[in-house]
Design a protein around this ligand. Structure first.
Ligand code: PMP
Length: 445
């Protein structure tokens, strides 16, 4: 392609042009095949080119593609909300549909603030969050994100919501080990709430497993139980940002379920529509919807394309496909199989410092020295180079940050479609090994 006016991630970057997708594979217009070990951006949960989804979207399009939410509801939106209520744990029964993960976290944040207003506690307007986190690119979502690199240009427009440390066992902020710790990082929330004054705080938001800012940082057992206890004690809502972890990515509908914790609000996105259409949601518990139903009755949020029938039809078809093929049930065992193979690679390559994650959301932190855990210098652009090299070898992996400042360290996420087979996992690891060998030569280590 010669001249183009499309603003791509890098204006002088060189990107292949996609032709079509089939299962875990993508093909470009030059006929090259790529194994999508990232599911795009942890999104294509059921893989590419699934005919049933396309049919469902076509059927909806033939009837009507768009209605405005204040004029009409649609069967697709109603059925999707019902499906989510059935899959989500506890009383997370209500759905507010939006088009992206950023909109979902911002909507959850706004509903949290509205909840307290309806109860007459109008001072509860702040959100607390963690460092080394990512909740989205719009200004409200970025305000909650503890990602210095993505905040830097816009600090003048942002609120300083990140206040507490993440549960980052590989680089414990307290220099403890999971065996010796008493969940000091969770306890930090109590201190932060006391310092902030809980009567000014509406909610605490966290990613159950840290994605883009932390290459699948996974908390120790007990962490979220403690977080939820503190939130409840200080009357602060808990928002789980499950945009990356939700909809079966870790083997359960929500990752929070692994730790027996029920959030008050949840943000979903990415895998919800598996990339077939832009769709995301804020899930709202009965507890939170009740004062709104009894009060102003209107959730003060919404976008022109909220609850778009065609997007809802796509997401509904994705859930039906997950159910029909029992896909969530196999995610944990597939994830363990893949993780064990990654741990084997970790033993062979000095620059793989940590392998972590749950289900099919796995991450590798890259370091220049395994013993000291010394990161690579940012000028080396290790993540960017590795991801680029992998693509040259026909493997797509997701670039993520790692390291204590939450944006300059190196890491990648391996998160193939949940439909990946055992043989395809082996193919993925074979390609990854070739890439790592070439990378070792490139780094001269
Ligand atoms: N929250 C989390 C946990 C995410 O991983 C992302 C996207 N990486 C977002 C929010 C923002 O989603 P979107 O890019 O769809 O706006």
């Amino acid at each position: 392609m010669e001249r183009t006016y499309l603003i791509k991630p890098s204006l002088d970057g060189d990107y292949p042009v996609v032709d079509y997708g089939d299962g875990v594979y993508l093909y470009d217009t030059a006929g090259r095949q790529y194994l999508d070990a990232a599911a795009g951006a942890v999104t294509a949960n059921i893989g590419h080119g699934v005919k049933e989804i396309i049919e469902a979207m076509n059927n909806q399009a033939e009837k009507v593609s768009f209605v405005y939410r204040s004029q009409f509801s649609s069967a697709a939106a109603e059925q999707l909300a019902e499906k989510l209520a059935r899959h989500a744990p506890g009383d997370l029964n209500w759905s507010f549909f939006v088009n992206s993960g950023s909109e979902a976290t911002e909507t959850a944040m706004k509903i949290a603030i509205q909840y307290w207003q309806e109860l007459g506690r109008t001072g509860k307007i702040k959100i607390l969050s963690r460092w080394i986190s990512y909740h989205g690119i719009t200004l409200g979502a970025l305000s909650m994100s503890g990602h210095p690199g993505r905040r830097a240009r816009f600090t003048s427009l942002l609120e300083d919501y990140p206040v507490v440390s993440p549960p980052y066992c590989y680089r414990c902020p307290y220099n403890l080990t999971p065996e010796s710790c008493a969940l000091e990082c969770a306890q930090e929330l109590e201190l932060a709430l006391k310092r902030t004054n809980p009567e000014t705080v509406a909610a605490f938001i966290a990613e159950p497993i840290v994605g883009a800012a932390g290459s699948a940082i996974t908390p120790p057992p007990g962490y979220y139980k403690k977080i939820k206890q503190i939130c409840d004690r200080y009357e602060v809502l808990f928002i789980a940002d499950e945009v990356m972890t939700g909809c079966g990515r870790t083997g359960t509908m929500l990752a929070c379920e692994h730790w027996g914790v029920l959030p008050d609000l949840v943000a979903l996105g990415k895998g919800m529509g598996s990339g077939y259409a832009p769709i995301a949601a804020a899930l709202v518990s009965e507890k939170v919807i009740e004062p709104i139903r009894n009060g102003s009755k209107v959730v003060m949020s919404g976008h022109t394309l909220s609850a778009n029938p065609q997007s809802c039809a796509a997401a509904l078809a994705v859930f039906k496909y997950l159910e029909k093929n029992n896909i969530m049930e196999d995610v944990e065992s597939k994830g363990t199989y893949l993780k064990n193979l990654l741990v084997k690679l970790q033993r062979q390559y000095s620059f793989i410092g940590d392998v972590r994650g749950k289900g099919l959301l796995l991450g590798m932190e890259l370091v220049s020295d395994k013993t000291s855990k010394q990161p690579f210098s940012p000028e080396m652009k290790v993540t960017e180079r590795l991801v680029h090299l992998a693509r040259e070898y026909g493997l797509l992996i997701y670039p993520a940050a790692a390291g204590l400042d939450g944006s300059s360290g190196d890491g990648v996420i391996i998160s193939p479609p949940l439909t990946i087979t055992k043989r395809e996992i082996e193919e993925l690891v074979k390609r990854l090994k070739t890439v790592l060998e070439a990378f070792k030569q490139e780094l001269k280590i």
